[in-house]
Design a protein around this ligand. Structure first.
Ligand SMILES: [Zn+2]
Length: 64
């Protein structure tokens, strides 16, 4: 087995998904965000209606 080709999927598993707000690596403490600050930004977006999809109740959730 060639040892000079690291599996990108393994690396992606080790590193968390990037923060949806600023794109920095997310931390387990603030998953899926990089910090409490970005989590707050996301929450504020929800509260201000940025993410609201017309016709769908907010409390339905996506089952993620
Ligand atoms: Zn962030």
């Amino acid at each position: 087995m060639p040892a000079d080709r690291p599996d990108p999927r393994k690396r992606a598993r080790a590193a968390a998904k990037p923060c949806p707000i600023c794109g920095k690596p997310a931390t387990p403490q603030s998953h899926p965000f990089c910090s409490e600050r970005c989590r707050d930004i996301d929450l504020n977006r929800w509260l201000s209606g940025t993410y609201v999809v017309p016709g769908r109740p907010l409390d339905e959730g996506d089952g993620d």
